[in-house]
Write a protein that binds this ligand. Structure first.
Ligand SMILES: *Cc1c(COP(=O)(O)O)cnc(C)c1O
Length: 343
């Protein structure tokens, strides 16, 4: 296979270290891993394999297609979107189970013979989940529930809604057959012991996301996009670079053209703002990001030439602040043209 001119370097040891950190912060609760959207863009199979070896036993995806892609790894996977009519006929390996979200899904699962499942209860986010009132009416009676869960709307902020959701969820303890309760996503883990229950479900922080001060200095960056230089050129003072000629060289400027663009998830919001590195040299993004190409200033890297590789600045919290994209979008937008290289 021809190597791609762009690659994602993914540091396996840092992924595992992040999971261990989050598991420690989860106290006595087990620590799972959200691997939906292909492991937040990094490759769900590699993430599950790595964290499975580290001891993780609870994985979460959005859809059955995602779950079936992981089935042969033999680890428990929960499907957050539950069972639609279209999903019920699937031959389900025993290690995959749905997270039931609605009355219809509960009835559908029961009618199909039931079996181990998880259930999502809404505690105020008004996204997915049955209501506490439906639980009180006995909707879940007789189900073999492994994990009863709810999801926090504002775990990355300090707002009263967190405690309200936590209290509403805690009030469901003992009201169902559930073996375990689970509320916290990554940011929820940092909200303290009350939020841990029996199982935590981090996603973004496994992959380097830092949304709360408690994670600063503890969660490591695991992903670095790298792109190859296609051309090096000199742009004379007064000339411009790229679409709409938005960059105008004030002096003679060395420019490297890189094999990455907005079709790879390096979006136009990085125009004139993003940065790359060649060794210790900092290379600023010049002008507009194109679909497949990016211009960076190369005055600081006199040795850089065609075929060399540079790494894009991609520390998640800093890059989110710079670009206005969320830390989640920065990962899940990374396209298919990257070779994903696990170090
Ligand atoms: C995506 C998701 C998570 C993980 O959230 P992060 O903010 O990435 O830690 C946990 N639980 C549910 C239900 C999710 O959809």
């Amino acid at each position: 296979m021809i190597p791609s001119p762009l690659r994602l370097r993914i540091e396996r040891a840092a992924l595992i270290a992040n999971w261990r950190t989050l598991a420690d912060m989860s106290g006595a609760a087990a620590c799972g891993a959200a691997v939906k959207a292909d492991g937040y863009g990094l490759g769900a199979r590699e993430v599950v394999r790595s964290l499975g070896e580290a001891g993780c036993r609870d994985f979460f995806v959005a859809t059955w297609a995602e779950a079936l892609d992981l089935a042969d790894l033999g680890l428990p996977v929960s499907v957050l979107h539950g069972v639609r009519a279209e999903d019920i006929g699937i031959t389900r390996p025993a290690n995959l189970r749905p997270v039931l979200n609605t009355r219809e899904q509960v009835l559908r699962w029961r009618n199909a013979g039931g079996g181990a499942c998880d259930v999502m209860v809404d505690t105020g986010m008004n996204r997915l989940g049955v209501s506490a009132a439906e639980v009180a009416e006995g909707l879940l009676d007789g189900l073999a529930i492994e994990t009863l869960m709810s999801h926090l709307a504002c775990a990355d902020e300090d707002v009263p809604m967190n405690a309200r959701q936590c209290d509403a969820f805690a009030a469901l303890a003992g009201r169902t057959s559930a073996r375990r309760l689970s509320l916290a996503n990554s940011a929820g883990i940092a909200l303290g012991p009350d939020y841990r229950f029996d199982l935590t479900r981090p996603g973004i922080s496994l992959y380097g996301g830092v949304q709360r001060a408690a994670f600063e200095g503890k969660i490591r960056q695991i992903v670095t996009p790298e792109a190859q230089v296609l051309q090096r050129r000199r742009v004379a003072a007064g000339e411009t670079v790229g679409y709409s000629a938005t960059f105008v060289a004030e002096t003679d400027t060395q420019v490297a053209i890189l094999n990455i663009g907005y079709a790879d998830g390096y979006l136009r919001c990085f125009s004139g703002k993003g940065g790359a590195r060649a060794g210790s040299a900092a290379l600023p993004v010049l002008g507009r990001v194109s679909m497949d190409l990016l211009a960076v200033g190369a005055d600081a890297a006199p040795q850089l030439r065609e075929g060399d590789w540079v790494s894009l600045a991609y520390d998640l919290p800093a890059t989110a602040a710079l670009s206005g994209l969320s830390q989640y979008e920065l990962l899940t937008g990374l396209g298919r043209r990257f070779d994903r290289i696990w170090d």
